[in-house]
Design a binder for this molecule. Structure first.
Ligand SMILES: CC(=O)SCCNC(=O)CCNC(=O)[C@H](O)C(C)(C)COP(=O)(O)OP(=O)(O)OC[C@H]1O[C@@H](n2cnc3c(N)ncnc32)[C@H](O)[C@@H]1OP(=O)(O)O
Ligand SMILES: CC(=O)C(=O)O
Length: 528
């Protein structure tokens, strides 16, 4: 990490603009946890919410006042005073001050369209609203960040007025003026040119950036603005935010620190970035974006056989950075695009030594490609793949064999129930069991456990965590090939298995059998 790089300030607005994103909502407790996590990560500013908006944000600030933060300064967000009202008598500004926060961020208009058509006031009164509001808060001992809403649209329509807006905020005593691409429509060249003009006029030390991702450019604009001389970046973890979101901090930070020679207080903690991203998705109750640059599960996943071959020779031949720098890791995916190198690397990752030129390797690759052709997919089914490799190497030890099963489904007086009968062989002994459940897969799982748990008690620790069905090809109506992916886990591990069949219950039985055998491999040997 380059700790002597050009310093930039990192301003997180996940708890304010992030929560303006569709489907994003945090409880007061979530917001407090997030505040502490962001502080521990080392961001400079945390915008906690909009106290003039709702009781939840007021309750959050009441609690947040008691937090002992190590580094971050907490900001409360609001807007400039209303037209024709004194700053000292404005209800919004009063609520902001009541939050008790050291930093107040206020948004105001730059674009005259918004001044005359939305605020319905005059350009001169708008300038007075900005300067008065900033000066009033500064006089109360607060650091003020002025967010110049629609700065780029305003600048394009009247550059002189846009500059007067910034001057008014700076005259009022703003510590930073943030240039906002509120509608997210600005292109990178225009953005960089306009920021350079602002920096030329006012210097870069007090200039911040706040970009939206409507044109898919939130991160690119922020980086271009830093290149043009701005010194503060606003953004949100995972890019949450109004409409298509804000500048994604999990992308912008590694670009700044690893590629652009910049540094900030959080630069030394970049190795926690993936974990930070997952923490936010967990609290937001969102499925993590596997394709997210730097932090996504697939960010360093190699599927093409040629890539895996090269990566085996030179580790970074297909990686733009060392994944560990952002807390991520290289993954090798095995599919019908795999060659010997991919399979050898994957086997090694799973704990097996499989020679690239061996007969076992040749047979395994042929089998894998054939299975993928028939609809199997091993990318999310490492446990099934491991069983397959063990079979190819002749070291597979089946702990039981599912000889046969029967499943009946019945709806009776409005109640749905399923009954499964299974016959398994364990150590040459046949066992028959029967179990009931609401659905056929649950009944099958119960019947298998009933047969096996007496012999293998550790199966009680294992649970089915996720179950996914995919119809692979619709033939005629219900006659479709089905793939079932099952995720299982215990206190120590999580593993995926796959089954494919013309029948959904049969595909489930295959995935279930692999899942149980893998659990037994883990607990009884034969697996790393
Ligand atoms: C670009 C951004 O993301 S800015 C942040 C946007 N975030 C939010 O809007 C979420 C929180 N917002 C809210 O809870 C509500 O909108 C509130 C509490 C702020 C205001 O609610 P209400 O008083 O009911 O007003 P409403 O939302 O209908 O309209 C906004 C009012 O603020 C005025 N206003 C808008 N921007 C500003 C500004 N920068 N300075 C002063 N007044 C402003 C508008 O003119 C409008 O008043 P008017 O109808 O009298 O002209
Ligand atoms: C302030 C803000 O969120 C914006 O202008 O987009």
């Amino acid at each position: 990490m380059n700790s002597s790089g050009r310093p930039v300030k990192i301003y997180d607005t996940t708890l304010r603009d992030g929560t303006q994103g569709e489907g994003i909502s945090f409880s007061v407790t979530d917001k407090l946890l997030i505040t502490q996590r962001l502080d521990a990560f080392g961001v400079d500013y945390i915008e906690g919410g909009f106290p003039g908006s709702n009781p939840r944000d007021i309750a959050y600030f009441n609690e947040a006042r008691g937090l002992k933060l190590q580094h971050a300064r907490l900001a409360a967000f609001g807007s400039t005073r209303r037209a024709g009202v004194k700053a000292s008598e404005d209800a919004q500004l009063r609520t902001l001050l009541d939050s008790g926060m050291p930093v107040m961020t206020i948004v105001g208009k730059t674009w005259q369209l918004h001044v005359t058509e939305i605020l319905r006031t005059t350009p001169e009164e708008n300038l007075a609203m900005i300067e008065d509001s900033v000066a009033y808060l500064v006089a109360q001992g607060r650091e003020v960040v002025y967010d110049a809403e629609h700065f780029f649209d305003g600048f394009k329509s009247d550059p002189d007025y846009a500059f007067r807006v910034l001057s008014a905020a700076l005259r009022g005593g703003a510590g930073h003026v943030t240039l906002c691409d509120t509608n997210g429509g600005t292109m990178v060249d225009d953005f960089q040119r306009i920021v350079a003009q602002v920096v030329g006029e006012f210097g870069g030390d007090k200039v911040g950036l706040h970009c939206h991702n409507d044109s898919g450019l939130g991160v690119a604009l922020s980086l271009a603005g830093i290149t043009a001389g701005a010194s503060m970046v606003q953004g949100t973890v995972n890019g949450y935010g109004e409409r298509t979101g804000n500048t994604n901090l999990t992308t912008v930070l590694p670009n700044l620190f690893l590629k652009m020679g910049c540094t900030a207080s959080c630069a030394g903690n970049l190795g926690e970035l993936r974990e930070l991203s997952l923490f936010f998705d967990e609290l937001a109750n969102l499925r993590p974006d596997t394709k997210a640059p730097y932090v996504g599960l697939s960010a360093f996943a190699h599927k093409g056989g040629l890539h895996a071959n090269a990566a085996q020779k030179v580790k970074n031949s297909y990686e733009h950075i060392d994944p560990a720098l952002v807390g991520n890791q290289t993954r090798v995916l095995v599919s019908d695009m795999a060659g010997r190198s991919s399979v050898a690397m994957k086997a090694k990752e799973l704990g097996y030594a499989l020679e690239e030129k061996s007969a076992e390797m040749k047979q395994l690759i042929e089998e894998l490609k054939e299975l993928e052709f028939r609809g199997y997919e091993f990318e999310a089914a490492d446990a099934s793949l491991k069983l397959l490799i063990a079979k190819a190497l002749g070291v597979h030890r089946p702990f039981y064999v599912l000889e046969g099963y029967r499943v009946m489904i019945e709806r009776h007086e409005g109640e749905l129930f399923a009954e499964a009968t299974v016959k398994v062989m364990v150590n040459g002994q046949p066992l028959h069991t029967v179990a009931e459940c609401t659905g056929p897969v649950g009944a099958l799982d119960k019947a298998l456990r009933l047969a096996l748990e007496g012999i293998y008690p550790e199966l009680k620790e294992m649970e089915l965590r996720d179950y996914k069905v995919r119809i692979l090809e619709s033939r005629s109506g219900a006659n479709s090939r089905t793939r079932v992916l099952i995720e299982s886990g215990d206190a120590r591990a999580v593993w995926g298995t796959v089954g494919v069949s013309d029948n959904i219950v049969d595909a489930s039985a295959e995935a279930l059998t692999d899942a149980i055998n893998f659990k037994l491999m883990l607990s009884r040997g034969g697996a790393k």
